[in-house]
Design a protein around this ligand. Structure first.
Ligand code: NAD
Ligand code: IPM
Ligand code: MN
Length: 368
């Protein structure tokens, strides 16, 4: 089977971290018989500059036809003042929405070699392995109305709308419970049912799915603000965190810092199987385009490479291949290679390219 991959590098450090991924893809083709073809297209600010839109219909067609999509990052200060529908970030949101990628998995794992790299004490983060299951196609990101209007008196009014339907909560809850069965069997559902009616519905639906389909799982409710606090107080008390689109965005950046850097956190965005049995899969680091370090060979490529690892696992069922990549990253970190974001005294500072070289070498060593 030859898989069709769509590469969407995007803006800022996006092209740099996808360049690393292309090299690792090449390694998997040469050494592991992973057969694929790639197409590449524009998304985000670069697509706006070229086509006047952050996500063209032609790019969307390629995305729909691909077996998996590998994405870099979008955005940058030069596009911040564009009208809302032209912003680079809309390109990413269109992909998530139109492809129905409702389940966003964001694992936060603290590699042993990095337990001193976090801003938290090593005993708080060492051995950390949590999974944030973020709802990705609903909530305040997509709810209508979404508008900024100038009133007659000259004042402005901005409206974002948080909407959740029962079926949206049911399907993401099932994803979290299924994944929890493969892990510790614990799910913490984070919402704000104390102030939001969407939170009330969230809690009600999650409990219904739990009682009727997953009574073996230990479910706890946690208010999202408390969850943010627990993540830095005692993150290892948490395992699977099930949450909505906005809380998931914020909690995952926070969780990233427990692992040493946002440059370490991968993600997989999955949709429901299509009529012809395909599983839409979209893989991206959780970080952004990092305009402050773009174009300087400084970006940590690990989040993006681990996202490709998630692609091997979730889109292609190549679990052994995914484990190889995890192991190669672990070994390289143990050998002391560090990009600037995870740099520690006495370690070897490398850039994006040299970190990728080291990972390729570690992969070679692992297969002998
Ligand atoms: P950011 O994640 O781009 O950067 C935050 C900080 O983390 C910066 O100091 C950056 O240098 C650092 N950082 C991020 N990734 C890194 C990596 N791989 N290696 C080393 N350091 C890294 O977030 P931001 O600054 O808030 O946003 C910048 C732009 O990116 C904005 O336009 C935003 O909308 C966009 N953004 C895009 C995505 C995405 O495409 N998925 C995600 C988040 C933000
Ligand atoms: C992320 C990003 C995106 C989000 C933006 C760029 C639309 O922050 O993937 O975490 O808010 O979901
Ligand atoms: Mn984010």
């Amino acid at each position: 089977m030859t898989y069709k991959l769509l590469l969407l590098p995007g803006d800022g450090i996006g092209p740099e971290v996808l360049e690393s991924t292309k090299r690792v893809l090449g390694w998997y083709k040469a050494k592991r018989g992973f057969a694929y073809t790639t197409e590449e297209d524009l998304v985000g600010g670069i697509s706006y500059e070229t086509h006047g839109s952050p996500a063209t219909d032609a790019m969307m067609e390629k995305a729909k036809a691909a077996d998996a999509i590998l994405f870099g990052a979008v955005g940058g200060p030069q596009w911040d003042k564009l009208p809302f529908d032209k912003k680079p970030e809309r390109g990413l949101l269109r992909l998530r929405g139109d492809l129905g990628l409702f389940a966003n998995l964001r694992p936060a794992l603290c590699f042993d070699a990095l337990k001193d790299a976090s801003t938290l004490k090593p005993e708080i983060v060492s051995g950390l392995d949590i999974l944030i299951v973020r709802e990705l196609t609903g909530g305040v990101y997509f709810g209508q109305p979404k508008e900024l209007v100038t009133l007659q008196n000259g004042e402005k009014r901005a409206v974002d709308t948080q909407i959740y339907y029962t079926h949206e909560i049911e399907r993401i809850a099932r994803v979290a419970f299924e994944l929890a069965r493969l892990r510790s069997g614990r799910v913490a559902s984070a919402e704000k049912s104390n102030v939001m009616v969407t939170g009330v519905l969230w809690r009600e639906v999650v409990h219904k799915i739990h009682e009727t389909e997953y009574p073996d799982i230990q479910l706890s409710d946690i208010l999202a603000d408390n969850c943010a606090m627990q993540l830095v107080r005692a993150p290892k008390t948490l395992d699977v965190i099930l949450t909505d689109n906005l809380f998931g965005d914020i909690l995952s950046d926070e969780a990233a810092q427990l692992t040493g850097s946002i440059g370490m956190l991968p993600s997989a965005s999955l949709g429901a199987k299509t009529a012809d049995g395909r599983q839409p899969g979209f893989y991206e680091p959780i970080h952004g385009s990092a305009p402050d370090i773009a174009g300087k060979d400084l970006a940590n490529p690990i989040a993006t490479l681990l996202s490709f690892g998630m692609c091997l696992r979730y889109s292609f069922g190549r679990v052994e291949d995914a484990r190889l990549l995890d192991k190669a990253v672990e070994n390289v970190l143990a050998e002391g290679y560090r990009t600037g974001d995870i740099m520690q005294p006495g370690m070897t500072k490398v850039g994006t390219t040299a970190m990728t070289d080291a990972i390729l070498k570690a992969l070679d060593k692992l297969v002998g």
